[in-house]
Design a protein around this ligand. Structure first.
Ligand code: SF4
Length: 367
């Protein structure tokens, strides 16, 4: 059982075997211009991605749904989703971004007003500054608590699912509050509502997630098949990405500032954090020259792998030089800190400009 609200680090191969997730690398060469997260194996698994691929290749309609839960500050790990959305936007997707304020309320005890504020200030502004134009007609951002169509659909879904089933998937107990029990149904409705007639009818739908969110995908696919006759739902596809580790080597978490680079950190703070992150370096310079570093254990390298280098060649060069002991951690950290400083100097200006637009995004009316 996977608990989407826990903070355990998950074993990716085990999850793939236990839950029937297919390796993404098997379909990689069918994608004309794969995203760097796909090429580098960070997106490692999928269910039914072939449907999305066909839609992209044949220029047909498809939707992508990915929520944001406003429960804290947006960190660099969250950026990965926006990078994927930008790619899917360029490949013709209709994009749905539910803001999970109902989940924040039931699972994190954050009230609706606070969720709205957090969504605008932390998330929507950053999404825009990272290059996703949320004012486009093909992008729909909404608060769960204000989308009555989604809420009605969740109620219809509730008739098709019983408590024993939810308990088996999520481990709910007798003391779990009922709002929390209801949230997976709202999320299923978030994922499937783009296939309602009001939104253009059934079509391939993709949900890019971390593996911790797979319980929602499995439940939603079950609900979709139970209601296929009534709505003609196409089972949603999904992709699974690895999580970037925190700066100290464990899980990156919004509630532990030392583990994360926040998108609202100042360039000075970011530079300091990079220079103090865990590396895969050896105890002494002499040892590092002789044995080389271990980039697989290095968070500084992970920053480059996940976020900062568009060119695979340059990344390979850092990997090779680290491995063969010609690159030392001091120099490497300085380079990455410099790279990050320049990126965030530009990003924070863009973010400032995006704040005004962000405030109006939630007032837009969608069908
Ligand atoms: Fe990490 Fe760079 Fe040190 Fe290698 S040289 S362990 S990549 S900081």
């Amino acid at each position: 059982m996977i608990d989407p609200w826990s903070s355990k680090i998950l074993e990716y191969n085990e999850i793939m075997e236990n839950f029937g997730i297919k390796p993404f690398k098997e379909i990689l060469d069918k994608i004309e211009d794969p995203h760097w997260l796909m090429r580098r194996g960070i997106i490692f698994g999928h269910r039914d991605y072939e449907r999305i691929l066909t839609a992209i290749n044949e220029g047909k309609d498809f939707a992508i749904v990915t929520g944001m839960m406003p429960s804290g500050r947006m960190h660099i790990g969250h950026k990965m989703i926006v990078d994927q959305l930008v790619w899917y936007d360029e490949h013709g997707a209709e994009i749905y971004i539910p803001i999970a304020d109902m989940e924040s309320y039931s699972a994190r005890d954050i009230d609706f007003e606070e969720s709205r504020e957090l969504a605008i200030k932390e998330y929507i502004s950053s999404y825009i500054a990272l290059g996703l134009d949320l004012t486009q007609d093909n992008i729909h951002v909404y608060l769960q608590s204000e989308n009555l169509l989604v809420e009605d659909l969740a109620y219809i879904f509730a008739k098709k699912v019983n408590f024993n089933e939810l308990r088996a998937i999520y481990g709910f107990t007798g003391s779990t509050n009922m709002a929390h029990v209801y949230v997976p149904l709202i999320q299923a409705a978030d994922i499937l509502h783009p296939q309602l007639e009001e939104y253009g009818g059934p079509r391939p739908t993709l949900v890019p997630v971390g593996p911790d969110q797979d319980p929602h995908i499995r439940l939603t696919r079950d609900i979709a098949s139970r209601l296929q006759k009534r709505y003609g739902f196409i089972l949603p596809s999904s992709t699974y990405h690895r999580f970037m580790r925190g700066l100290t080597g464990g899980k990156m978490s919004s509630s532990k500032p030392a583990t994360a680079i926040f998108l609202t950190d100042t360039p000075d703070e970011i530079e300091w954090k990079v220079k103090n992150a865990k590396t895969g370096g050896r105890e002494t310079l002499e040892e590092q020259k002789r044995l080389g570093g271990v980039p697989e254990d290095c968070i500084v390298y992970e920053i480059l792998l996940y976020h900062m280098i568009g060119s695979d060649k340059e990344l390979e060069r850092v990997y090779r030089d680290c491995r063969n002991g010609t690159l030392m951690c001091g120099e490497c950290k300085n380079n990455v800190a410099d790279y990050m400083r320049r990126f965030f100097e530009k990003f924070s200006k863009k973010r400032k400009r995006a704040e005004k637009i962000a405030e109006s995004i939630l007032d837009r009316v969608h069908p």
